[in-house]
Design a protein around this ligand. Sequence first.
Ligand code: LLP
Length: 464
Amino acid sequence: MTTSLEIRDDRLHFDGLDVADLARQVPTPFFLFSARQIAANIDALRTAFTRRHTATEIFYASKACSNMWFLNAVLRSGINVEVNAGGELIKALRAAFAPRQIVFNGVAKTVAEIELAVQTGVRAIIVDSLFELERVADVAARRQQRANVALRIDVDVPTLTHPGLATTHGGKAGIDRDDAPAAFDLAVSSAWIDLRGMHMHIGSQITSVEPYVRAVETALDIIDAAEQQHGIDLEHLNAGGGFAIVYRSAAVCQPADYFCSTLAADDYAEAICAALERRNPRLTLFLEPGRSIAGTAAVLVTTVENEKTKGVRDASGKRVGDERWLTVDAGFNTLLEHTNYRWYYPAVVATRAGQPATAPFRLAGPLCDGGDVFAGDGDTPFRHFPEGTSVGDIVVFIDTGAYSLEMMNPYNARPRAAAYAVVDGDVRQIREPDTFEDMVMHDVPPGAAAGSRDHPASLRTEFP
Ligand code: LLP
C-alpha cells in the first residue's frame, strides 16, 4: 500500500495533506495524486533494475494514467513512455517526450497510426502479428522512411491474475511463438524495417515471479535462435509491465488472491535480470510498468450521501437479519474497474481513520445500476468501517491511481471527476471536472449541423 498514507488525530493524511479538509474546500468526488509518490515509485523500479542490469530503460505504460500533468511528472523523472494508440502517442508528444523515448504497442494499429509512428520515428513500433509487420513495412516503403520495429511474441506462460489481465496463455496479443522464426525472417529481410528487439508482456497484476523467469528464458531462447540464424545483434528485450501492487493486506489474504502481493521491485528485478545477465548481458532491457508507477500515487475522495438499513429475508420472506448500506458519490462512472473487473480498492473513512473498522456496511455507488456495489472485504460482501460512519463522512479509496482517470465515463450524466495533486506540500488542480455543458456538447440536437467541432473523428485527420 502507498507509503504516502498516514493517520494523524483520527484523520487520514495523504502526502501530508488532511484529505477530509480538502474535501470541505472542493466538491467530491475527486482524485488526489502525490508527485512525491510517483517519483518514489519510479525510483524504486529504476534502482532495483539498474543495480542488476545497468542497461535498463523504463517506458511508463501511459494507459495507466495519461493525464498531462502526470505525463509531465514522468518525463521530469527521466524515464520514457509506452503508448497504445495514436491518441496516446499524440499525448506523449505533446507532453514533450522525444521520439526515442516512445514505444508504440497495440493490437489493432490503423494505417494512420502506423504512419504517425513512422513519421515520428518512435524508438520501436511493437508489431503484434505477421500481417501487421507487412503493414508497417508497406507504410515505411511508401514513406521512404525506415521504421524501428520490435516483435511482440507470445511467450505462452500461464500466470495467476485476473483472467481478463492474462495475456500470454490463450490471450489475444502477440505473435504465436511458432511463428517467431517467420516474423524474424520477414523483419530482417524487409528493406524498410530496422529490427530493434523483441517484446513480451505477460499480463497485469502478476503476483509471483515464476512466470517472469519462464518468460524471460523463453524470450532469450527465441532471441538466441534469431540472432544465430540471421547473424544479427538485437538492441533490446522488452519484458513489458505487470508488477503487482498490494490491494489487500496480508492479514486477509486467501491463497491465489491476486489482490495480495508480497513482491517488491527488487523481486521482479531479480527474476528478470538474472537470466539476462547470465545469457545475454549485451541486450538492453526495456520495461513497461504502468500500475506500479501510477497505482499507489492517488486516492479517490468521496462523500457518503445516503444511508439506510435493509432487511435480509429467507426464501419464505421472513426477515432474518439486517444490512446497513452506505452510498457514496462515486461509482463505476469514476472507478470503472470496481465493476468491470470487480476490482477491490481498499477504503478508509478519512474522518474516522483512527477508529477500529469493525462495523460491516454494504458500500454502493450512486448509479442507477444494481451492479454499482463495491466488492467487500475478504470473502464477505461488507466493507468494515468505524461504527458511527454515516452521511457526510469522507470515504477514501486507496491506491486508485492506475486505470481510473483513464476509464471514467459520464453515465447518468454525472460529471467525470476532478483531480488534484500534492506538489511540494501544495495542492494544485490537474484535471477539471466535466461541466454540464461538456455532457451535451457531443450531441447533435435536432436541426443543428453536425461536424462543427473537432472531435475524435478529427484525430484521424490529424494523422498524416
Ligand atoms: N505493456 C502492455 C503491452 C500492456 O498491455 C500493459 C497493460 C502494460 C504494459 C502495463 O501493465 P501494468 O504494469 O500496468 O500491469 N484496466 C485493468 C488493467 C489493464 C492492463 C492493460 N495492459 C485494471 O485496472 O486492472
